[in-house]
Design a protein around this ligand. Structure first.
Ligand code: ADP
Length: 277
């Protein structure tokens, strides 16, 4: 069914672990659970070792779960196919299960590949809401079928992500399914410093910018928040030059662009942390 296949696109992510700040434990765990089996299939076979079929990334929003999933695909040099839980539910009757089937058909064609199911808790939530027509019920059972099939396919790895691990359907957590759980926590100070390195290092920073200090002061900021801070600080530096030179003429002064500490200050005021406490 070519029309259906068009929906799920296998891509080859190019940004690896260099784009991920901190999260060393999660990275190491992902390497063992995903990269090794995909790369060292014959060794796993020789060792009679069964790698996990499915891996669940869990942690607060904006901490880098999607980023990590794409990075591990890049690191392993395999294809990547992504779908969000709510997307699967939001379909005509019967279409949701079909979508799951098609997703995995596509993945088998693109193998070696990683299937990434983002916001997987949405599916379980719908199932628990009950009612005969609960789409989630049927999507979960189709997912279980596909996970069981994938268990026999060493060139297919299923990754899922959730902000609410406790809301995940227990059936999805059984051995042979999403059995390996990897925490992607909110960053601590060292983690925030590493995220700032990823997002600010390539910028022309003023000598007054102290990334250590920004890391120390940004308790409650996730990776996504810090990325927004860096983007906002750059925008302010750009605006300053366009104002100074009156619009496009500023392009001739690109070498004067400096992102200074006061740009970061203003950006920190503008971007609220997503987490409190
Ligand atoms: P999640 O999937 O956990 O909700 P994402 O991976 O979608 O979070 O993060 C959104 C964006 O925030 C990323 O594309 C990246 O720019 C930034 N980001 C989040 N965490 C990190 C991190 N640990 N290192 C670098 N950038 C990060």
């Amino acid at each position: 069914e070519p029309s259906a296949m068009r929906e799920y696109v296998a891509e080859r992510p190019t940004e690896g672990f260099e784009a991920v700040g901190g999260l060393e434990d999660a990275r190491a765990a992902l390497e063992r659970a995903v990269s090794w089996p995909l790369t060292y299939g014959p060794l796993f076979e020789a060792a009679d070792a069964q790698p996990p079929t499915g891996v669940l990334l869990y942690g607060p929003p904006g901490t880098g779960k999607t980023l990590l999933a794409r990075a591990i695909a890049a690191e392993s040099g395999v294809n990547f196919i992504q779908v969000a839980g709510p997307e699967l539910l939001d379909r005509y009757v019967g279409e949701s299960e079909k979508a799951v089937r098609e997703l995995f058909d596509r993945a088998r064609q693109a193998a070696p590949a990683i299937v990434f199911l983002d916001e997987i808790d949405a599916i379980a939530r719908d199932r628990n809401a009950g009612g005969e027509s609960a789409v989630g019920e049927r999507v979960v059972s189709q997912l279980l079928t596909e996970l069981d099939r994938a268990a026999d396919n060493p060139s297919l790895v299923v990754l899922a992500a959730t902000n609410r691990r406790e809301a995940l359907d227990p059936a999805l957590r059984r051995p042979g399914r999403l059995e390996a759980h990897i925490e992607v926590p909110a960053p601590d100070e060292a983690g925030r410093r590493a995220v700032l390195d990823v997002h600010a290092a390539a910028k022309p920073l003023g000598a007054d910018v102290d990334l250590d200090r920004i890391a120390a002061r940004t308790h409650g900021y996730t990776g996504a928040d810090l990325e927004a801070v860096c983007r906002e600080a750059s925008m302010r530096a750009v605006r300053e030059l366009t104002e100074r030179y009156g619009g496009e003429a500023a392009n001739d002064h690109a070498d004067e662009l400096v992102v200074r500490a006061d740009h970061f200050e203003a950006a920190l005021d503008a971007v609220e942390p997503s987490r409190s406490g």
